[in-house]
Design a protein around this ligand. Structure first.
Ligand SMILES: NC(=O)c1ccc[n+]([C@@H]2O[C@H](COP(=O)([O-])OP(=O)(O)OC[C@H]3O[C@@H](n4cnc5c(N)ncnc54)[C@H](O)[C@@H]3O)[C@@H](O)[C@H]2O)c1
Length: 324
């Protein structure tokens, strides 16, 4: 297939692009590089430097490359920032997303796989979280992703758009070539590894008085390669439009377990500082991935936290300055 990957120079997008190229697809990465990196675009894929709001460049790219499907990953995704600056999030995640949908329709491209998030659920009452759980986002980031999902639903009814929305839990780990290089970094695994590498003084834990076995929050981590494989299944799926959770399920891992694993993998001591809870951080966020397993046949291969952390550490060692 000829696939346009928006945000393909970012962390997850680069691995999705890599897997698509390995699978023999023709990939065009569309990224404005505000957060992405030119060096993250793997050999075999083309990079078009452009913004989603630039309908002209989008149109030209879709037609010139005869794109058949879009994987839409470009977005802003910092939860805290979204509460301070909701306008930025609505503009990039909703308004710019609509420019993409409208341009796709103009060019007769009617297939889209979307990077959604567990943040659409907010603070769910029961675990694991099924796709049928109520949507109650607690921040503009989750709200903006939900708004885009709803737009796709109505575009399907009116214009025959076919979509698969993948609600990711915590993406983590790296491939040999592509890894996580965010500035600022907000994810616990790279933060812990940066502390192990002496690039930051410590790791802060936000609350150890949660009703969990060790008092720290439990989260569901999914290896970025397993996540990428799910996109390829979604692209090929011939079923109806759908929403799927993407996490590994199980019991998840606590923040302390992540830090302990990072110490074990790196062989370095990591300084931990206890901080207060953050508003809107649920004690437990674990996905049920039953639906995507049974409908698309998705099977995670790298569920073990040690394997995930080890892959991230190896990438960090082979890229000490990230993509710079
Ligand atoms: N990382 C996670 O754990 C996680 C969890 C849930 C959902 N997601 C979603 O997955 C997607 C990818 O996440 P990531 O961690 O790889 O983020 P990232 O910031 O590394 O990648 C996003 C990419 O989109 C590009 N971009 C942003 N706005 C753009 C625009 N208007 N036009 C063109 N390009 C633009 C950026 O330059 C960047 O390369 C995002 O949509 C995010 O909301 C990520």
């Amino acid at each position: 297939m000829r696939v346009l990957v928006t945000g393909g120079a970012g962390y997850i997008g680069s691995v999705v692009t890599e897997e698509l190229v390995n699978d023999g697809h023709e990939v065009i990465v569309y990224d404005n590089l505000i957060k992405g990196h030119r060096g993250a675009v793997v050999e075999g894929a083309r990079l078009v430097e452009g913004d989603l709001l630039d309908a002209g460049t989008l149109r030209q790219t879709l037609t010139e490359h005869r794109v058949e499907a879009v994987i839409h990953m470009a977005a802003h995704s910092l939860v805290g920032e979204s509460s301070e600056n909701p306008s930025k999030y609505y503009h990039n995640n909703v308004v710019a997303g609509l420019v993409l949908l409208d341009t796709m329709l103009e060019c007769d491209v009617k297939r889209i796989v979307f990077s959604s998030t567990a943040a659409t659920y907010g603070e769910p009452e029961s675990q694991p979280i099924y796709e049928t759980a109520p949507n109650n986002p607690t921040n503009p980031y989750g709200e903006s992703k939900l708004a885009f999902e709803k737009a796709m639903h109505w575009y399907e009814r009116a214009y025959g758009l076919k979509y698969v929305s993948l609600r990711y839990f915590n993406a983590a780990g790296a491939s040999e070539k592509c890894g996580e290089d965010h500035d600022p970094e907000s994810h616990i695994i790279p933060i812990a590894l940066q502390a192990a590498a002496g690039k930051r003084s410590h790791v802060e834990i936000y609350g150890d008085d949660y009703p969990t076995p060790d008092g720290t929050c439990l989260r569901d981590y999914i290896h970025v390669i397993d996540l990428a494989r799910a996109h390829i299944l979604a692209l090929k799926s011939s079923s109806q439009s759908a929403i799927y959770n993407l996490g590994c399920g199980g019991d998840g891992y606590s923040v302390r377990e992540v830090i302990d694993t990072a110490q074990r993998v790196t062989g370095k001591e990591i300084t931990v500082r206890m901080g207060p809870r953050r508003a809107g951080d649920p004690a437990v966020l674990i996905a049920s991935s039953d639906k995507i397993r049974s409908e698309l046949g998705w099977q995670p291969r790298y569920q073990d936290l040690q394997v995930i952390v080890d892959s991230a550490w190896r990438w960090m060692q082979s890229h000490p300055n990230g993509y710079r």
